[in-house]
Design a binder for this molecule. Structure first.
Ligand SMILES: N[C@@H](CCC(=O)N[C@@H](CS)C(=O)NCC(=O)O)C(=O)O
Length: 228
C-alpha cells in the first residue's frame, strides 16, 4: 500500500536528515515541508499542539502524526520492506541506531547554531565523547565483517550513523580521518546513486560557527525554527 508522506521540520540539518536519507534511498515519495508552511503558523504558536512538542514529524496519509526520529526511521524501514526480521540482528541494529542518536546532543545544535567562542568551547568539550563513540561505531562495523551495520545493504541505523559522521566533518575535518573503516562506510553510503543525488542537491549549511545559514533554493536563511 502506497502512503502519502509529509516530513515536517525546520531550517537546520539535524534529526530529519537520517529519515530523509532513508526516504531517498528507498525511493519513497515524500514532501519535505517547513513547519510554518505545514501549519500556516509560527512554531511558537503551534508547538504545544504537536505530539511530543518537537520535530521532525512524519504525517502519514494526512492524518497519522508520527514524532520521534527513531520511530520515523523504523516506520520508513517497515513500509519500504527493508525491516530486519531476525530479532537479534534487529536488536543490534537498534543499539547502533541509538548509539548514533546519542551523538545528536551536542553535535547537531553546535553545528547548526553555535558561534564564536561558544562554538570553539563546545567543539573542545565534545571531542572526547566523539572519539570514544566513533571508536565504538568503528569496532561494531569491523567486527560484523559486512559492508554496512547489518548486511550488504543499508538499513535505518546506517543512515542514522552516516548523518552524525557526516556532520562531524563540519565540526572538525580531521576527526573522521582517524577512523578508516568509518571513512569507507561513508564512501559506501555516498556511492549509492539515489543518496548521492540527494546529497548533491540538499540545502547547504554555510557560515558555520560564524552566522550559520541554510541555503534553500539559492536563498541563504538563518538556521532555526522561524519563518524567514
Ligand atoms: N527525541 C526527538 C528530539 C527532537 C528534537 O530535539 N527536535 C528539535 C529540533 S532537532 C526541536 O523540535 N526543536 C524545537 C523545540 O524544541 O521547540 C527526536 O528524536 O525526534
Amino acid at each position: 500500500m502506497k502512503h502519502k508522506l509529509e516530513l515536517i521540520y525546520f531550517k537546520m540539518r539535524a534529526l530529519a536528515e537520517a529519515p530523509r536519507l532513508l526516504l531517498e534511498y528507498t525511493e519513497l515519495e515524500y514532501d519535505d515541508i517547513m513547519s510554518w508552511d505545514y501549519y500556516g503558523k509560527e512554531w511558537a504558536q503551534i508547538k504545544s499542539k504537536v505530539p511530543f512538542r518537537q520535530l521532525p514529524m512524519l504525517v502519514v496519509d494526512g492524518k497519522h502524526e508520527i514524532c520521534q526520529s527513531i520511530a520515523i526511521l523504523n516506520f520508513i524501514e517497515k513500509i519500504a520492506g527493508i525491516d530486519i526480521s531476525d530479532p537479534i540482528q534487529n536488536a543490534k541494529a537498534n543499539a547502533v541506531m541509538q548509539s548514533a542518536q546519542e551523538l545528536f546532543m551536542p553535535l547537531n545544535p553546535t553545528i547548526n547554531f553555535a558561534v564564536g567562542d561558544s562554538f570553539k568551547k563546545k567543539r573542545e568539550d565534545m571531542m572526547p565523547f566523539l572519539n570514544t563513540r566513533f571508536e565504538d561505531l568503528e569496532r561494531a562495523l569491523t567486527e560484523n565483517d559486512e559492508k554496512f551495520y547489518v548486511d550488504d545493504k543499508p538499513h535505518a541505523c546506517d543512515f542514522a550513523v552516516y548523518h552524525h559522521l557526516d556532520l562531524s566533518k563540519l565540526l572538525d575535518t580531521e576527526l573522521i580521518k582517524k577512523f578508516s573503516r568509518l571513512e569507507k562506510f561513508i564512501e559506501d553510503i555516498e556511492s549509492i546513486e539515489t543518496v548521492n543525488s540527494y546529497l548533491n542537491s540538499r540545502p547547504k549549511l554555510i557560515d558555520i560557527s560564524i552566522e550559520p545559514k541554510f541555503v534553500i533554493d539559492g536563498v541563504a536563511h538563518p538556521t532555526g525554527v522561524k519563518k524567514t
